[in-house]
Ligand binder design. Structure first.
Ligand SMILES: NC(=O)c1ccc[n+]([C@@H]2O[C@H](COP(=O)([O-])OP(=O)(O)OC[C@H]3O[C@@H](n4cnc5c(N)ncnc54)[C@H](O)[C@@H]3O)[C@@H](O)[C@H]2O)c1
Length: 257
């Protein structure tokens, strides 16, 4: 039997075939999970429709803007029309204004700071809350989010997103403590640099991609499938007593001075 046979997984953040969320969705479905995928808006729904034939079973598809409470409620209502319980939640969503990733950090606007926090960190809390009743029906579950080394150390130009990732990582720990009482585990993967839509505006991602083959212990870059396979561990019973963790999938880069 496959690792996740009979499990139901909600995966957010597929924008296109390069999205980390898409690699996670493929890994989950390969291991037998049924999927619900969310898309941010119409353009991404069209992208998704082109991708889903690659999955072994057709997914539930739902619109979701994590910055909008009404959209979160509508998504959760829509999901509960298909499923009466949920085992897995993947949060793979982030956003910051381009100028806040390019300019000096000290120039970050109040708006830009709040926006990055809202979409990239608070959304984990709001999204978890929106599906909590379904996770409880399943008798527990696993939540996973995506972070980066720039949330722990200064990576010039990651700026406001680094601050949002720091808040996201602490949110993982507070959620892990609270939701642990309901047998829900909460973890994050800190991924090395990957060529995706979100990374396109992040200069530090490009320089890190050049650095990993020289400076990481494994002397190579990572790919989306590396993250998808690590996600399987954190989202399955193989990690049944692992919660509140940040797992680095970065060829070991984070240990280097
Ligand atoms: N690519 C990297 O190098 C890298 C490294 C470490 C961590 N991450 C993190 O991985 C996650 C996924 O990013 P990715 O690299 O796959 O890029 P991506 O652009 O493919 O995915 C980002 C997703 O966020 C979604 N999103 C943005 N604002 C949203 C909103 N208001 N409501 C709903 N969805 C919204 C987008 O639609 C998109 O699907 C992000 O949290 C990112 O910070 C990426």
């Amino acid at each position: 039997m496959a690792l996740l046979t009979g499990k139901r997984a909600l995966v957010t953040g597929v924008a296109n075939k390069r999205s980390i969320a898409w690699a996670i969705a493929k890994a989950l479905s390969r291991e037998g999970a049924d999927l619900a995928l969310t898309y941010q808006h119409e353009r991404f729904r069209q992208n998704l429709e082109k991708l889903v034939p690659e999955l072994p079973r057709p997914p539930v598809m739902l619109e979701l803007d994590v910055a909008d409470d009404a959209s979160l409620t509508a998504m959760a209502d829509g999901l509960s029309q298909h499923w009466d319980s949920l085992d897995i939640l993947v949060h793979s969503v982030a956003f910051a204004k381009a100028e806040d990733l390019a300019g000096p950090f000290v120039e970050t606007s109040r708006d830009g700071y709040a926006l990055a926090q809202d979409v990239s960190a608070y959304s984990l809390v709001a999204l978890s809350r929106s599906v909590l009743p379904l996770l409880k029906v399943a008798g527990g579950g696993a939540i996973l989010t995506m972070t980066a080394l720039g949330g722990e150390r200064v990576m010039p130009t990651y700026n406001v997103m680094g601050v949002a990732k720091a808040a996201l990582e602490m949110s993982v720990r507070y959620l892990a403590w609270e939701l642990g009482a309901d047998n829900i585990r909460v973890n994050a993967i800190s991924a090395g640099p990957l060529r995706t839509l979100a990374a396109a505006g992040v200069k530090s991602a490009h320089s890190a991609m050049a650095e990993l083959p020289e400076r990481s212990p494994l002397r190579r870059n990572i790919n989306q499938e590396d993250v998808g396979d690590a996600a399987l561990f954190l989202l399955s019973d193989w990690s049944r007593n692992v919660t509140g963790n940040i797992l680095f999938v970065d060829a070991g880069f984070h240990i280097m001075a």
